[in-house]
Design a protein around this ligand. Structure first.
Ligand code: DC
Length: 240
């Protein structure tokens, strides 16, 4: 089963997606980390970030490795912390917008998705990478809340610079940030992480039970007493 979690920076995707994956016993795939790692390598190698062809070649030649403990590496370097620096925040949209880069990344992401149960976090998972995902969620939050969350993660940057960066990234990401028509949109501005995770978990368990009763194929996963009965309309609301 594939659970797609999309949404803009600061909407809470990483925290929600990793906690959900842990509860379900699914793999957690952070596709943003793949674009970040490539950006780190391109800057490290002094490649012009305007050259889509070269960046696409670099992406094809240098596979990003995501291990189970959340470590990220590329071309033999562990870049787990380095990819969270503000210089990467600023440059990653420049790299991610090249079609040559996206083609390679999406191919890799689909290969990873084909390996079985996963919670996949990104911008275009429910629309392009896994349009047949079993559950699609689009997380949103007020800009102010998103800025505060980013500030907590990047205490070294001033609030004004951070707000400017976030706005620039939103503008640049917008083309890839449309929710899938069949995604459930959740506004996380006033919700605790666990409330959001509870809600998605209930939908996943409901879908999984439906697969079992309809298809007869065993796609089950470990049960958890905390699961709540899902509301009948869960997962069908339009996120558009
Ligand atoms: O989620 P994040 O902030 O780590 O993502 C980093 C950048 O990568 C973001 O600016 C948009 C881009 N991205 C993308 O274009 N497609 C994805 N599936 C994931 C991230």
């Amino acid at each position: 089963m594939i659970v797609a979690i999309d949404g803009p920076a600061g909407a809470g995707k990483s925290t929600v997606a990793s906690r959900l994956a842990e509860r379900l016993g699914f793999r957690y795939l952070d596709t943003g980390a793949m674009y970040r790692a490539l950006t780190w390598l391109a800057m490290h190698d002094g490649i012009d970030l305007g050259e889509g062809d070269r960046l696409g070649e670099l992406a094809r030649a240098s596979r990003v490795e995501l291990d189970e403990s959340g470590r990220v590496s590329i071309a033999g370097s562990d870049v787990t912390s380095a990819i969270r620096q503000s210089r990467i925040d600023r440059m990653v949209p420049v790299v991610a917008r090249h079609p040559e880069v996206r083609e390679v990344m999406r191919e890799r992401q689909r290969e990873l998705a084909e390996q079985g149960d996963a919670v996949i976090e990104g911008r275009d998972i429910g629309t392009v990478v896994c349009p047949d995902a079993d559950v699609k969620v689009y997380l949103v939050a007020d800009r102010r809340v998103r800025e505060e969350r980013r500030q907590a993660e990047r205490p070294d940057i001033g609030a004004d610079a951070l707000a400017t960066d976030l706005r620039a990234r939103d503008d640049s990401d917008r083309a890839r940030m449309q929710p899938a028509a069949d995604a459930l949109e959740i506004d996380t501005s006033d919700l605790d992480v666990d409330d959001v995770v509870d809600r998605i978990e209930a939908i996943v368990r409901q879908r999984s039970a439906r697969h079992l009763s309809v298809g007869g194929v065993d796609r089950s996963f470990p049960t958890d007493e905390r699961a709540e009965p899902a509301r009948p309309d869960d997962g069908t609301a339009s996120g558009a």
